[in-house]
Design a protein around this ligand. Structure first.
Ligand SMILES: *[C@@H]1O[C@H](CO)[C@@H](O)[C@H](O)[C@H]1NC(C)=O
Ligand SMILES: *[C@@H]1O[C@H](CO)[C@@H](O)[C@H](O)[C@H]1NC(C)=O
Ligand SMILES: *[C@@H]1O[C@H](CO)[C@@H](O)[C@H](O)[C@H]1NC(C)=O
Ligand SMILES: *[C@@H]1O[C@H](CO)[C@@H](O)[C@H](O)[C@H]1NC(C)=O
Ligand SMILES: *[C@@H]1O[C@H](CO)[C@@H](O)[C@H](O)[C@H]1NC(C)=O
Ligand SMILES: *[C@@H]1O[C@H](CO)[C@@H](O)[C@H](O)[C@H]1NC(C)=O
Length: 265
C-alpha cells in the first residue's frame, strides 16, 4: 500500500483511540446511550459493528463503524469514502460479505476495477479474507492476449484477467501468457462457477463481493454478556458487558473474576 495511505490510516485510528479514551475517562462506570440493533437497508447492525451517528461508537469495534447511505452500508475507516460496501453480516459465523466499490483511474464511472490490492486495503482491519474466496488478478500496462482482455473493456484501458490458483502452500505461478512487466492488482471474489470466464464476468465477480471473517473470541465474549442480560461495548481496546442500569454486569455467581496474581516481595 502507498505509505501516505498507511500513515493516514494510522493517524485516523490513533485519533479514534484518543477520542474513545477521552469518552471513557469522562464516565468510568456507567453508560446510558443504547446499543440496540440499528438497521441499514436489510442489514441488522449490532456488536461488533456500529452504525455511525445512530449508535455510540463504543457499541462495537472502532474499525467496524458503518455508514448508511441510501440503504447501503459502508465501512467508514477506509482510505477512500464508500469503498467497501457491506452486503450482509452473519453474526452466527462471524463473517460478512463485502464488495469493493471504486472506479479505475481515467475510466470515468464505467469500470469498477480497483487500482489497489484489495487485501492490502483491508490489512489494518481485524478481519481475515476467507480462504473460501478466489483471487481475481487484473493486469495492465503490458501486452495482453486478446482472449484474456476484459470484455466489455474498461473504458479504453487494456486490462487482462485471470483467477489465481492457490494451494495450501500458497499461490501458484501466474499463467504463461502473463508478461513479467505487467502492473497488477488482485480482488478476492466468491468461488467461480465451472467454466466461468473471469475476463467476461469481471464486473459481476467484483460486485458480488467476497467473504471476510472476524475473530470468533470477540463474539463468544459478547454472547456470554447477552446471556447475562447485558449489552456489549468496546472500551479501551476490550469488550465490556454493560447491564440495563448502565453499570458493568456482575460476573456470574460463583465465578468471581480472576485477577492476575501479583508477587509482593
Ligand atoms: C455517568 O453516567 C451516570 C449514569 O448514567 C450519569 O448519571 C452521570 O451523569 C454520568 N457522568 C458523567 C460525567 O457523564
Ligand atoms: C434484526 O434484529 C432484530 C432484533 O435483534 C430481530 O428481531 C430481527 O429478526 C433481525 N432481523 C434480521 C433480518 O436478522
Ligand atoms: C499488488 O500485489 C502484487 C503482489 O504482491 C504486486 O506485485 C503489485 O505490485 C501490487 N499492486 C499494487 C497496485 O500495489
Ligand atoms: C483513453 O481515453 C482518454 C480520454 O477519453 C484519452 O485521454 C486517452 O489518451 C485514451 N487512452 C488511450 C490509450 O487510448
Ligand atoms: C513488456 O515486455 C514486452 C515483451 O516481453 C514488451 O514487448 C513490452 O514493450 C514491455 N512493456 C513495457 C511497458 O515495458
Ligand atoms: C486470521 O488469520 C491469522 C493469520 O493467518 C490467524 O492467526 C487468525 O487466527 C485468523 N483469525 C480468524 C478470525 O480467522
Amino acid at each position: 500500500m502507498h505509505p501516505a495511505v498507511l500513515l493516514l490510516l494510522r493517524l485516523s485510528s490513533l485519533l479514534h483511540a484518543l477520542r474513545s479514551a477521552a469518552a471513557f475517562a469522562s464516565n468510568e462506570t456507567a453508560s446510558t446511550a443504547s446499543c440496540a440493533p440499528a438497521r441499514c437497508g436489510n442489514l441488522n447492525i449490532s456488536y461488533p459493528f456500529t452504525l455511525g451517528g445512530v449508535q455510540p461508537q463504543e457499541c462495537g469495534f472502532p474499525a467496524f463503524e458503518l455508514a448508511c447511505d441510501a440503504d447501503r452500508a459502508y465501512l467508514t475507516k477506509s482510505f477512500r469514502e464508500r469503498l467497501y460496501r457491506v452486503y450482509s453480516i452473519s453474526y452466527d459465523t462471524n463473517s460478512l460479505v463485502v464488495a469493493v466499490e471504486t472506479v479505475f483511474p481515467g475510466a470515468g464511472m464505467s469500470c469498477g476495477v480497483p487500482d489497489f490490492n484489495v487485501s492490502s486495503g483491508l490489512a489494518l482491519y481485524p478481519l481475515n479474507i476467507s480462504n473460501t474466496n478466489n483471487n481475481l488478478v487484473l493486469l495492465y500496462n503490458c501486452e495482453i492476449p486478446p482472449e484474456k482482455q476484459l470484455f466489455p473493456p474498461c473504458a479504453n484501458h487494456t486490462i487482462g484477467a485471470y483467477v489465481s490458483e492457490t494451494t495450501p502452500e500458497g499461490e501458484v505461478n501466474p499463467p504463461q501468457w502473463v508478461q513479467k512487466n505487467c502492473s497488477s492488482v488482485s480482488v478476492p471474489v466468491r468461488a467461480l462457477q465451472e467454466g466461468q470466464d473471469p475476463a467476461r464476468n469481471y464486473m459481476g465477480l467484483i460486485t458480488q463481493g467476497f467473504l471476510l471473517e472476524w475473530p470468533a473470541k470477540e463474539s463468544r465474549g459478547c454472547d456470554a454478556c447477552r446471556v447475562r442480560g447485558g449489552e456489549c461495548r468496546f472500551v479501551q481496546f476490550s469488550l465490556r458487558c454493560i447491564c440495563p442500569d448502565g453499570r458493568p454486569c456482575p460476573t456470574p455467581r460463583g465465578k468471581q473474576r480472576v485477577f492476575p496474581r501479583v508477587a509482593l516481595t
